[in-house]
Design a protein. Structure first.
Length: 355
């Protein structure tokens, strides 16, 4: 076909042309912006300024005038989409929790509560895949995503950040190619101008500085899907089977009271957030370090949001007490007390009669 007569978005992309929009890393090297302590995450929507950031190789500076998102692989026609074209496609907004798995270099046994809940706006990934013509290949099993960042992380060299997800997940309506967070454009550190957002999956799958989506038969071969972000499947009794870091496990934080609070009353209101890929069905709270558990009220989930829990409990008349919250997913999976990255959060407070 005469390429000049095809609309821009239907022009067959040249191999690798999407990478021309990369300018440099600034700054280069790994960066983590830690979240505030859980008691400062009390709002339903986490402002960008309070949302953690995780960057492995450096933040990519992107030339927006040269920006192209390529969609290729096992599709009927590879396409590329400019920033303006992307902004003109049907727009979707979704509220979703956003959680980092934690360091891929350490065993997943300690909680780090890199968590928030935000509104993402962009175009459904399924819409872009359909624009490229999906549905013919029976070999299509995964969608690979690639970021413009490149470099070294923990001594591992990568020419691109590359992730994958099952095609069945990629076609779900919650998965977005996003250009806004909380109604504002994405900053450079947030992955702007365009990033992937995979609600229900760990943050590592939400590729920032997104430049390519590719439908493929096999899992992606890059270090971020092979060496890094694979873990021992906790359901395998032999502890041999590995699984990709995809679905978020049930987890929760206590936002009220805060550590060290002194209560003049024996009655203490406990509030917090709970989340899981499949939604949270129940949260139990203990005010005596796990001897007695009481069911909290749990708000419904809005799209992929975290869920509020609240309960009023009677503590011992005086002295220190340890509050624990333990969420159960709809699947029945429950937060462990210790030993796994989603273990329960605790808050120590004091009940005082004021004397
Ligand atoms: N291209 C690219 N995408 C990336 C990363 C990265 O280093 N490079 N880090 C991932 C990880 S581990 C997480 S938790 C999320 C963090 O997104 P945020 O920094 O916007 O919170 O981005 C993911 N996407
Ligand atoms: Mo992460």
């Amino acid at each position: 076909m005469d390429q000049k007569r095809r609309p821009e978005s239907h022009k067959m992309p040249d191999a690798g042309e999407e990478r021309d929009a990369f300018v440099r890393l600034d700054p280069s090297g790994p960066q983590i912006r830690h979240p505030p302590p859980p008691h400062e995450l009390d709002a339903f929507i986490t402002p960008d300024a309070k949302l953690f950031q995780t960057i492995h190789m450096g933040a990519a500076v992107v030339d927006e005038t040269r920006y192209k998102l390529v969609i290729d692989g096992l599709v009927q026609r590879a396409i590329s989409v400019t920033l303006d074209e992307l902004r003109q496609l049907p727009q979707t907004t979704i509220t979703a929790f956003h959680e980092c798995y934690g360091s891929p270099l350490k065993p997943p046994i300690e909680a780090c509560w890199r968590i928030g809940n935000v509104r993402w706006t962009g175009v459904r990934l399924s819409h872009l895949l359909r624009m490229a013509g999906l549905g013919e290949s029976t070999q299509a099993n995964f969608v690979w995503s690639e970021g413009l960042d490149r470099g070294t992380f923990a001594g591992i060299e990568a020419d691109r950040y590359q992730k994958d997800m099952p095609l069945t997940k990629a076609l779900q309506p919650e998965v977005l190619v996003a250009y806004k967070i909380n109604d504002e454009p994405l900053s450079k550190e947030r992955g702007g101008p365009v990033r992937l957002v995979v609600p229900g999956y760990f943050g590592t799958n939400s590729t920032k500085w997104l430049c390519r989506l590719s439908v493929q038969a096999e899992r992606a071969p890059g270090p971020y899907t092979t060496t890094l972000y694979n873990e021992q499947d906790p359901h395998d009794p032999l502890g041999m089977r590995m699984r990709p870091v995809w679905n978020v496990e049930v987890n929760s934080i206590i936002t009220t009271p805060k550590p060290g609070d002194v209560s003049r009353s024996q009655y203490i209101t406990v509030q917090g957030w709970a989340w899981s890929d499949d939604g949270v069905g129940e949260v139990e709270v203990s005010i005596d370090n796990g001897q007695v558990w009481v069911a909290a009220s749990v708000a419904d989930r809005h799209e992929y949001s975290w869920q509020r829990f609240e309960v009023n409990l009677k503590a011992a008349p005086i002295g220190q007490c340890r509050i624990l919250a333990r969420a159960t997913a709809r699947s029945g999976a429950q937060q462990p007390l210790a030993g796994r990255r989603n273990h329960v959060h605790h808050v120590d407070v004091e009940v005082s009669d004021g004397s």
